[in-house]
Design a protein around this ligand. Structure first.
Ligand code: SF4
Length: 336
């Protein structure tokens, strides 16, 4: 099946309707087992050291995967994407731009989605059929998320994995659905976690290896993975345009914050870990996050794919200890 890569979540319903195999290059980069080498390869090709590790990893993953067609999100994702598109097109890869309108305007979003549909020669009927098929899987992923925070049966890493994989359904919706079904069945035999501290993870997915299991050794568990949950389209919407308007990640921080505030309260979170990526423009948003969240916030920064370093482990230990001492901490507190 013809593969189409993309640099962040896009309306994959269009690709499914067109009979293409969706490939989220972030997932290829981080789960392929060669993430550090991919970053090094990009640097060898000339990518500067002070460019985000995800961009370098995505670039090398595109080359390695042999993908010849790529959808690049030019608005609503990453300030580096336009330059990445230019470098990639030099290699003869076809690049299709897609933009999320900054003001979340329905008509502009419809225009972008229909442009994509024209490129792949599909009609609304097929796209809506694909949405119904994917929504069935997304509902099951929502159940995994509920089992994480409400029944305490799912680890932070499992929660991360199933939600982040929904961005491309691991390239094969039917196989992915079977995997989700088997996991849900497995949770029925589990005993609930009894950790003391409940953590919200916000920001882009971490480039660190072993982040979630380490937190669990400290007696803390992530019960809310903010952006990963967004990639899994957490809101039930009948209309595709509305679905990608409700999706918070490509829009401004205030749209994201409304979701973060609702979910941290609903999930009885004790503290927030805001992950930021070195050299990412989104780091600036940390200022707003800290002003608006009425919970203790630890800001963690990662650069290249690697196991948690000693300094980060110590900071996590300090943060969890502080939360344990405060019990159910409910007033503003920041650690840097
Ligand atoms: S972490 Fe930031 S700079 Fe890196 S790819 Fe994502 S949005 Fe771009």
């Amino acid at each position: 099946m013809h593969r189409v890569g993309f640099t962040t979540t896009i309306p994959i319903e269009v690709l499914i309707a067109a009979g293409r195999k969706p490939v989220d290059l972030n997932n290829v980069f981080i789960t392929g087992g060669r993430s550090s080498q991919l970053v090094e390869e990009a640097e060898m090709e000339g990518f500067p050291r002070n460019v985000c590790g995800w961009i370098k990893g995505i670039y090398a993953a595109i080359r390695e995967s042999g993908i010849r067609e790529l959808i690049a999100v030019t608005e609503g994702d990453c300030s580096y994407t336009k330059a990445l598109m230019e470098v990639i097109s030099l290699e003869g890869i076809q690049v299709i731009p897609f933009a999320y309108p900054h003001d979340r305007d329905s008509e502009s979003l419809r225009f972008e989605i229909e442009k994509l549909m024209r490129h792949f020669a599909v009609e609304w009927e097929g796209v809506n059929r694909a949405k119904e098929r994917l929504d069935r899987i997304r509902r099951k992923i929502r159940e995994i998320d509920r089992l994480t925070w409400q029944e305490n049966l799912v680890s932070g890493e499992e929660n991360h994995y199933y939600q982040v994989s929904a961005s491309d359904m691991n390239g094969d919706p039917d196989r992915f659905e079977a995997e989700v079904d088997a996991f849900l069945l497995q949770t029925t035999a589990r005993h609930p976690y009894e950790e003391l501290i409940r953590i919200a993870y916000i920001g882009v997915p971490t480039i660190f290896e072993g982040f979630y299991p380490f937190l669990e050794t400290l007696g803390a568990r992530v019960v809310f993975n903010e952006t990963q949950r967004q990639f899994a389209m957490p809101y039930e919407t009948a209309d595709l345009i509305e679905q990608y308007r409700a999706y918070t990640y490509p829009y401004d921080i205030f749209h994201r914050l409304a979701d973060i505030l609702t979910e941290t309260e609903r999930r009885k979170v004790d503290g927030v870990i805001h992950y930021v990526q070195s050299f990412c423009f989104r780091q600036i948003e940390d200022l707003i996050v800290r002003k608006k969240l009425n919970l203790p916030v630890l800001t963690l920064e990662g650069d290249k794919p690697a196991p948690l370093d000693a300094r980060t482990r110590i900071r996590l230990e300090g943060f969890v200890e502080m939360l344990q001492e405060r019990g159910n901490a409910s007033f503003p507190q920041s650690l840097r």
